[in-house]
Design a protein around this ligand. Structure first.
Ligand code: NAP
Ligand code: G4F
Length: 328
């Protein structure tokens, strides 16, 4: 089996590539730019991945990439994925995170039989209509990112219905790891804790501490992506743990894991609040459990402790978290 992954230099791309390689796949990754610095780190981690150039903004490059690789499975993970950036660069987010899905689907449509996975997001539920959220819960996105993801989600469904493509969306809730980008709240907190523990900082400034998320481990979630494409019928699935914690509880767990008290260090800064917030996300992953046999294996407290430990090690080794963090 041959797989093509867009977004291979990101958190999920690296875990998915590792997983597919372990299953005996030939793995290709789409990389963009003439000198993408994360590619060299990816090479260190995943020596067996082959790379092909392409950009979600450039239809011709995607057609050429699919033509060259001739994949059995395509995993479209590439996106502008940081929600606050989607207000600052709404048009670019629409182009990459939204229209990029159209461009990939068009490239894949020309190769009948290729299975397509779209990285949809719980951010589409936004201002939630019910809790927990399942595959039938209506969307009410609260950011340009969420709107772009909803477009990609419906388009994937539409190509499945219009052209009979084996195209599926995984509606994934937040998933984290030591390879998570430093801009996301879990990693910002665990890096902040590590800096405070090592005497490199004394304060951690955060935004809304009351928001709640359903946080799981990225390594578990990429297994679900692969399982979805093996199912005989193309269907969409919600993937999450079914538990929800507040950012305050995340902070408390991270500081406790390092033997510190968060009240001594954390400052809530209103300038970090979002124009519109998603207050609560909590998955109902029953369909994935029953139909795919998928279960998360890393509980929240263990995930946070794993990330704190990895960041203390990273900083103790004198590595630069902005450069090396995503790759452990
Ligand atoms: P990530 O670490 O931010 O990775 C994003 C990837 O997209 C990077 O490899 C980046 O490549 C690539 N990319 C950005 N612009 C591109 C372009 N114009 N053309 C081609 N590639 C481009 O994201 P992640 O956490 O791994 O998430 C993977 C996917 O799942 C994303 O689509 C995200 O929106 C979605 N998702 C994530 C979560 C989560 O909790 N992690 C939950 C639900 C859905 P460069 O290295 O070149 O920048
Ligand atoms: O970690 P976050 O930035 O993730 P968010 O916005 O939930 O998005 C992530 O998960 C989505 C799935 O639901 C993905 F689709 C998306 O690509 C991304 O991976 O923020 C989580 C929560 C928010 O409510 C935010 O307001 O944490 C709150 N928060 C509080 N202080 C903060 C901060 N978030 C960040 N990034 N930085 C803060 O200082």
């Amino acid at each position: 089996m041959r797989a093509l992954i867009t977004g291979i230099t990101g958190q999920d791309g690296s875990y998915l590539a590792e997983h597919l390689l372990s299953l005996g796949y030939e793995v290709w990754g789409l990389v963009r730019g003439q000198a993408n610095p994360r590619v060299s780190r990816l090479r260190r981690l995943l020596k067996d991945v082959q790379l092909v150039r392409g950009d979600l903004l450039d239809q011709t490059s995607l057609m050429s990439a699919v033509e060259k690789v001739q994949p059995d499975e395509v995993y479209n993970l590439g996106a502008i994925s940081f929600v606050p950036m989607s207000w600052e660069q709404a048009e670019l987010t629409a182009e990459v995170t939204g229209m990029g899905v159209l461009r990939m689907l068009e490239a894949v449509r020309r190769r009948p039989g290729t299975r397509f996975y779209q990285a949809s997001s719980s951010e589409m539920f936004g201002q939630v209509r019910e809790t927990p959220q399942n595959e039938r819960t209506p969307f009410h996105p609260r950011s340009p990112y969420g709107v772009a993801k909803a477009y990609g989600h419906f388009l994937t469904q539409n190509y499945r219905e219009s052209y009979g493509m084996h195209a599926v969306s995984g509606i994934l809730f937040n998933h984290e790891s030591p390879r998570r980008g430093a801009e996301f709240v879990t990693r910002k907190v665990t890096l902040g804790v590590a800096r405070i523990k090592l005497g490199l900082a004394s304060e951690l400034r955060l935004g809304n501490l009351s928001a709640r998320r359903d946080w799981g481990f990225a390594g578990d979630y990429v297994r679900a992506m692969h399982l979805m494409l093996q199912s005989p019928e193309p269907e969409d699935y919600v993937i999450g743990t079914g538990r929800t914690q507040s950012v305050r509880e995340l902070v408390e767990a991270a500081f406790t894991a390092a033997g510190l008290s968060y009240e001594d260090h954390v400052v809530s800064d209103e300038t970090l609040y979002r124009p519109a917030e998603v207050d609560l996300l909590c998955a109902d992953p029953k369909k994935a459990r029953v139909q795919l046999g998928w279960e998360p294996t890393v509980p929240f407290e263990e995930l946070v402790a794993m990330m704190v430990e990895a960041d203390i090690r990273l900083l103790t080794d004198g590595r630069d978290p902005e450069q090396d963090a995503s790759w452990g």
